[in-house]
Every structure is written in structure tokens, then in C-alpha cells.
Design a protein around this ligand. Structure first.
Ligand SMILES: Cc1cc2nc3c(=O)[nH]c(=O)nc-3n(C[C@H](O)[C@H](O)[C@H](O)COP(=O)(O)OP(=O)(O)OC[C@H]3O[C@@H](n4cnc5c(N)ncnc54)[C@H](O)[C@@H]3O)c2cc1C
Length: 302
């Protein structure tokens, strides 16, 4: 099928974007990498009258460390800022990401295929809020912040409050995702990303972004315990899903096999996965437990 006819414009500033969004209302759509939007147009799932191409707006580009660094400890008070137009491939190749938010570098190769990663953007993925996508789950695990801007100014929204429901976010009409801010990796932090997909590049059946800080459980940084355990699943719920009860069950504990067995019982009870066309809720729950056990073992070996 072919896309319906639409007008196209490529503004050079966010103020122009806000004016266009106000003028065209529901008939307007923001275009970033086009890797989701153009497919929905071609399938006539969406028929906007005006596409507003964000590609000319320099303020949405770039990966940088920002902040005053005045807090206590290394990198406290500073964040890694990822502009909305940064592509999946740029994140994959970024030295700053590898240093400060290595979870993203681990997750990036799981997103689609190279051609799509070269065009698809961070902001497009966050705004689209597909619960099976990698970036929203990483943002949830890292407890990042989404920066949005509209004609009335800027808002910072915690990941937990941004993803509301299936493809539904806290973004208001007339607002644009401009960037996200992620805490900088601390020395004892460990990250694991894994997913189960039918073929490499397919959306995951179930995936897991794990962030934790080694220590506790008698570990003192080198032991067998974890603190600040964050388990964010993709492909399980209507949004990226944090398993907060299981996180609490693991907090500060030495990860003996008895503790892990108990945590898996908690996880199975906590998750109520949405089935998809080929996988039942029970299959997804089982796969989520398998991934979590594996990811915790990997984190402990780091
Ligand atoms: C074959 C195929 C396989 C794929 N597999 C995966 C996968 O495994 N994992 C995965 O995560 N993704 C996958 N994708 C999607 C891909 O990652 C997209 O790049 C991403 O979902 C959207 O990014 P985009 O820049 O292309 O956004 P676009 O398609 O341009 O826009 C998507 C939506 O977000 C809105 N939008 C875009 N930017 C902003 C902004 N800054 N502020 C507010 N709204 C905005 C648009 O209006 C639109 O509604 C796949 C895509 C294809 C075609």
C-alpha cells in the first residue's frame, strides 16, 4: 500500500515546531527517523495531513555529559544527556555511552537491523513507547528522566511517570521529547541486557534490562550481594515493567541459590504478562524467570 497524501515541512527551530503543532492540531505528526511512522502511513494506520520533520533541529542532537558535578562522589550531580534525534547506531558507537551508560551499548545490537538502527532515533522510540522496545526498558532500569518541551516551557518527567499505557505517554499535545537524562555509572554498578526473540532483530518475546550495584550480602563491593537492583522487562506488560517486589526481595541479600529460588517465586507471582500471537502468559512468565536468573548470575560474575 502507499501512504495517503500529506504535506511536509522541515522547521529549523523548536519554536517553529510548536507553532506548526498548534496550527495543525491532530492533523500533524512529528517525523524523526521514520522507521515506525512511515510504516504506519504506508499501511494507512494513520493519515496525518502534515508531517513535521524534526531532522533540522540542532537542539535535539548530540550525546553529552551535563551538570555541575557538585554532588558527593564520582559523577554525582552530572547526567548523560541523549538528544532525541540521536540514532540507535550513534548510541551503539558512542564512547560516552560505553563509559557512562553501558546498559545502552549492551541493548543497542538487539534493536532491529543495522539499516533501521542507522535511521531510527532514541526520541522516536521513547515517544512511541512500544512496550516491546529496548530503549524504554533501559530508561526504566536506569531511572532516567525524559525532557519534554512545548510552547509553555520544559518539563522533566521520570521514566516511571512517563510510560502510562500501551503506546501512551505523559507527553501532552503540542509537546516534543527533546532529550533524556541518565545517571552516570558509578564504579560498583553492573548492567546486563538480554532478550529472547525468535530471530535476531525481531522484537523480543521477553527482554530484561538489569541495573544493580555490587555490594551488600557480605560483599562489600566484591561479594555476592546486590544493591539498588532494578529489573525492567520489555515484552511483558503494556509499558516497560519494573518488577519492584522482586527487586525488594533481592536488595542487599547474598544471592545464594535459596535467595534466588525465593526471588523467582516472587517474580512469577508478580508478573502478569500480556500474551502475544504465539506466546501465552505462562510462557512469557517462564521466560522472564529464566532471563532473570541468567542475568543475575551474569551480574554476579562481573
Ligand atoms: C522492521 C522493523 C523492526 C524494528 N525492530 C525494532 C526492535 O527490535 N526494537 C525497537 O525498539 N524498535 C524496533 N523498530 C522500531 C525502530 O526502533 C524505530 O526507529 C523507533 O521505534 C521509532 O524511532 P523513529 O526515530 O524511527 O521514529 P518515527 O517513526 O519517526 O516516529 C515514531 C513516533 O514517535 C513520534 N516522535 C518521534 N520523535 C518524537 C519526538 N522527539 N517527540 C515526540 N514525538 C516523537 C512520531 O510522531 C511517531 O508517532 C523496528 C522498526 C522496523 C521498521
Amino acid at each position: 500500500m502507499k501512504a495517503p497524501a500529506f504535506d511536509y515541512t522541515k522547521p529549523a527551530s523548536l519554536d517553529e515546531v510548536f507553532g506548526l503543532l498548534a496550527a495543525h492540531g491532530d492533523g500533524a505528526r512529528l517525523l524523526a527517523g521514520g522507521q515506525t511512522l512511515l510504516a504506519t502511513l504506508n499501511m494507512r494506520l494513520s493519515e496525518p495531513s502534515m508531517l513535521i520533520d524534526l531532522g533540522g533541529i540542532a537542539a535535539l542532537q548530540g550525546i553529552s555529559v551535563q551538570g555541575d558535578g557538585q554532588g558527593q562522589g564520582q559523577g554525582q550531580g552530572q547526567v548523560l544527556r541523549i538528544g532525541a534525534l540521536v540514532t540507535h547506531s550513534e548510541i551503539e558507537a558512542s564512547a560516552l555511552v560505553a563509559q557512562h551508560a553501558p546498559l545502552l551499548a549492551l541493548a543497542a545490537p538487539h534493536i532491529a537491523h543495522r539499516a533501521i538502527r542507522n535511521l531510527g532515533t532514541w526520541g522516536g522510540s521513547i515517544a512511541y513507547a512500544d512496550p516491546a522496545a529496548e530503549w524504554p526498558a533501559c530508561l526504566a532500569a536506569l531511572e532516567g528522566v525524559v525532557v519534554v518541551r512545548g510552547a509553555n516551557g520544559e518539563r522533566r518527567i521520570a521514566a516511571h511517570d512517563f510510560f502510562i499505557d500501551l503506546y501512551t505517554t505523559a507527553l501532552a499535545a503540542g509537546e516534543v521529547v527533546t532529550a533524556c537524562e541518565l545517571p552516570l555509572r558509578q564504579p560498583a554498578d553492573v548492567f546486563v541486557f538480554d532478550e529472547l526473540a525468535r530471530r535476531h532483530g525481531d522484537y523480543a518475546i521477553v527482554g530484561l534490562a538489569l541495573a544493580a550495584r555490587r555490594g551488600g550480602g557480605g560483599g562489600g563491593g566484591g561479594g555476592d550481594g546486590m544493591q539498588r537492583v532494578r529489573l525492567a522487562f520489555l515484552g511483558v506488560g503494556s509499558t516497560p515493567l519494573r518488577a519492584v517486589r522482586t527487586e525488594a526481595a533481592l536488595e542487599g541479600r547474598a544471592l545464594s541459590s535459596a535467595v534466588l529460588d525465593a526471588a523467582m517465586i516472587t517474580l512469577a507471582a508478580e508478573l502478569n504478562p500480556m500474551p502475544d500471537l504465539t506466546n501465552s502468559a505462562a510462557t512469557k512468565r517462564h521466560l522472564a524467570c529464566v532471563l532473570t536468573r541468567r542475568a543475575l548470575a551474569t551480574a554476579l560474575s562481573m
